[in-house]
Each structure stands twice: as C-alpha cells, then as structure tokens.
Design a protein around this ligand. Structure first.
Ligand code: UD1
Length: 423
C-alpha cells in the first residue's frame, strides 16, 4: 500500500488550482440514473470515490467514459435496481442510488452501509423520507429493500439536515407526481449544485423563502451537461496548509463565499487574506496564531470536513484552542497521531482541547480517514524531519493530484510503496 514521505519545515509558496467538488460530483453522477439520455459532466475530480461511483453506474447498466476530468454517462441496455455489498462497503455514498432507482423502478435493493471510522452514520432519515413518499423499507440479511406500489408526493421534515438524505430524497421526488416539500434540509453548496444539475435535466425544484425545497414532480428527465462546482473542502484544506506552514499561497478557481466562516476564523487567528471572487490569497504571517474555539455545524457553519485540518493549524497556536465536533461522534482519530508528532491535544467525547506547541516533529503515522489524513499531511509539512504517512488510500478518496499540487507549492513530498519501490 502507498505511503507518503514528507520532509517538512518548508513554507508553501505559489498558486494552487482547485478541483471540482467530490461531494457534488458523486451525487450528480448518481443523478444520471434518472434518465436514459446521455449526460456530460465537466470538472469531475479524478479520485477514488469518483472511480467507485463510475463502477457503480457501470454495474447498474450505464456506459461511462472518463477523460480529462469529463465524464460521459450513457445508457447501455436495461438498468438493474440492486447493488452488491462489495461496492457499497467501499463508499457509503453508494446508498444514494436508492432515490433514483426507487423513483424509476419503484423498487431498489441496496445493502445497508455500515458505520465507518468517523461514526455510526445511520440512514434512517433517508428511509423515513422514502416511507413518507409511500415506500416500504424492509431490512433483511443486511440489505434494505425499498418498494412502492405507487409513490406519492409528501411533506417531509428531516430530523437533521443530512446532506446525503437531502440529496437522496430530492432525486427521488423529481419523478414523483405532485408537489413534494422537503423541510429542514441541508444547505451545503453541493446541494445547490445537485439541484442545478437536476433542473438542467428537466426537474422542477426551487427553494422557497423559508429555505424549504419544493419539488414539482415531472414524468421524465432528459440528458444534460454540467460543470461541477469548486471543492470548498479542498480549497479550505490548502488555505489551512498555507497558514500552518506560514506560507504565501493563492488558492485559485474556488468560491470564497462557500468558505465564509473559515475565512473569518483564519483572519481572527491572525492571518491576512485577500479575498477575490474566485480566489483567496493567504499572506505569510509570522506572528502568534490566536487560539479560537470553533464548533462544527451544518452549512453555513464550520464544516466538519475541515475540522481535522483546522486542528493541525491550532496545534501551533499560542494558548489553548477548542473544537466541538457536533456532526460526527468519532471524528478525532487524527488527534492521537498528531500527538505522536508533538502536538498537545486532549479529547473528551466531542470536545478537543489543543494547547499550542512551538514546533511539530516528524513521525511515522497512519491516516485513519480522508480529512484526518490531510491533517497529517499538513502536520508533516510543518514538522522538522521526515514524516511517513501510511494508509494513503484514505487521502486519495478526496484530494486530486495531492503530491503534484503540493510539490508545485514547494513541498518536499513523495509517494512510495514499500512492496514495490526501493528507498
Ligand atoms: C456528507 C459528506 C461528508 C460530510 C457530511 C457532513 C459526501 C460524500 N459526504 O456526508 O463529507 O462530512 O456530509 O457535512 O457528500 N445522520 C443520521 N441519519 C441519517 C443520515 C445522517 O443520523 O439518515 C447523521 C450522521 O450520522 C451524521 C450527521 O447526520 O452524524 C450528518 O450526516 P450527513 O449530513 O448525512 O452526512 P453524509 O451525507 O453522510
């Protein structure tokens, strides 16, 4: 398995170009199941999760081609309406095929995605919504069978504004006759991008002044072409890496307003930023990093996906910072690894207390999840000496061309595979 070797202590310097959003690309790819006509998607990041989603589409009966970040999805015979566990266990987002398959075939059989490293991650909100639309959901031998004689429009109030459930229910509601109203929905920019794509396909979705999503069902959707929105999590990750290494970096082709809270927090911590329409320039800053207390929350709150990289920045603060992780119950696995690199972090339940240290030191560490993995990369970039990171496959799920982008910013980072390469 691949590892990363990072010789730290260099400030990042230069410009980094942001890729298309993983968390928008995945549901948009899944939404192509709602039509038999061809769909063309641009700015699709070349990531493990995207390749898994293409495998899922192929398994279900689509033909996909992927070249230079453009994906074409076409019909290739009759679609299936079940998924094998092999595919679902690779990526929880596979469960999102349930909505489009239920809408089209009134029946879908999908293995329940289990928990994952960052928490239990149930799908009850998805299933409750399907039930409101007239489906029955039965679990047998680890599979959930979702079936409906007839689907009906409904008013669905989500117990929590889940990103996945909002997308899944939206995709289903597009083809359900009548007016479906979704309330307490997720407001992440990725949801807006999915809605933009669905409307291009002929769906009729709009948000009302109370923030509810109103879906007028249509008979069929058609093919569409779409460019995926910039990845705000990748953007934020590079801003944080620039800040932590005290570097001078322009993060290009992003949407700064999607990172509004992070930008405020970075400025409050001491960093000067130039914020344009499509870029953020992080100025080099040698002063004290102010400790802050942040709390993760649904958008527009502080993104849980940026909590781990933020923690790495705070390991170098001047005083004691705090993080409340309010979205996932077990999302501090990077903390003990950061401690191995010299950080001073105490965690208790959903609270992490981080007392700043002068420097981090290189160590042999393991990535335990995607964003926690990036937090370790950041720590490696800051630390004196050579850091070795194992289980890089987690990081590969979400950061396109990571080494190339960091190398262009002046980092000393390389990938190797101990079973294959000599070092
Ligand atoms: C998506 C993102 C992930 C991000 C998360 C929160 C993708 C591929 N993943 O994940 O990167 O960290 O949003 O912004 O886009 N929950 C339930 N029941 C449900 C569904 C969710 O209890 O039916 C809970 C989860 O356990 C979790 C919280 O709600 O505690 C948030 O989950 P959700 O917003 O659904 O996250 P995902 O869509 O899985």
């Amino acid at each position: 398995m691949d590892r990363l070797l990072i010789r730290g202590g260099k400030k990042l310097n230069g410009t980094v170009e942001i890729s298309g959003s993983k968390n928008a690309a995945l549901p948009i790819l899944v939404a192509t199941l709602l039509t038999d006509e061809p769909c063309i998607l641009h700015r699709v990041p070349n990531l493990r999760d995207v390749r898994t989603t293409l495998k899922i589409l192929e398994y279900l009966g689509k033909k996909t081609t992927y070249q230079n970040n453009t994906v074409t999805v076409e019909a290739n015979g009759k679609l299936k309406n079940d998924l094998p566990y092999e595919l679902v266990k690779q990526m929880r987002a596979s469960f999102w095929v349930a909505g489009p398959l239920l809408a089209r075939f009134h029946e879908a059989q999908i293995p329940l995605p289990g928990g994952c490293a960052i928490g239990v991650r149930p799908v009850d909100i998805h299933l409750k919504g399907f039930e409101k639309m007239g489906a029955s959901c039965q679990t047998e031998s680890g599979n959930v069978l979702i079936r409906a004689e007839k689907l009906n429009s409904a008013k669905i109030v989500l117990r929590f504004p889940s990103v996945g459930a909002t997308q899944n229910l939206l995709m289903c509601a597009c083809l359900v006759p009548g007016e479906t109203v979704l309330e307490n929905v997720a407001k992440e920019p990725e949801i807006d991008d999915v809605i933009a794509f669905l409307n291009k396909m002929g769906a009729n979705i709009h948000a009302d002044d109370k923030g509810r999503l109103i879906v007028h069902g249509v008979n069929a959707l058609h093919g569409a072409e779409h460019t995926v929105v910039a990845d705000r999590i990748e953007s934020g990750s590079y801003m944080l890496a620039a800040a932590a290494t005290r570097g001078e970096v322009t993060v290009k082709n992003c949407v700064p307003e999607h990172n509004a809270i992070l930008l405020e927090d970075l400025q409050e911590a001491g960093f000067a930023l130039d914020i344009g329409e499509t870029f953020v320039h992080v100025h080099s800053y040698e002063g004290d990093i102010k400790p802050l207390r942040i709390r993760t929350a649904p958008y527009p709150g502080f993104a849980t996906d940026l909590q781990a990289p933020w923690m790495t920045l705070m390991t170098l603060c001047c005083g004691t910072a705090e993080i409340d992780e309010d979205i996932f119950e077990n999302r501090f696995m990077h903390a003990p690894e950061l401690v191995r690199m010299g950080a001073d972090i105490a965690t208790e339940k959903s609270l992490a207390r981080i007392t700043g240290v002068k420097t981090l030191s290189a160590a042999h560490v393991q990535a335990s999840d995607l964003r926690g993995g990036f937090a370790l990369v950041m720590a490696g970039l800051c630390a004196n000496g050579e850091t070795e990171i194992e289980r890089v496959y987690h990081i590969d799920r979400g950061y396109e061309n990571l080494e190339e982008k960091l190398t262009r910013l002046g980092a000393d980072i390389r990938r190797y595979n101990p079973d294959r390469d000599d070092f």
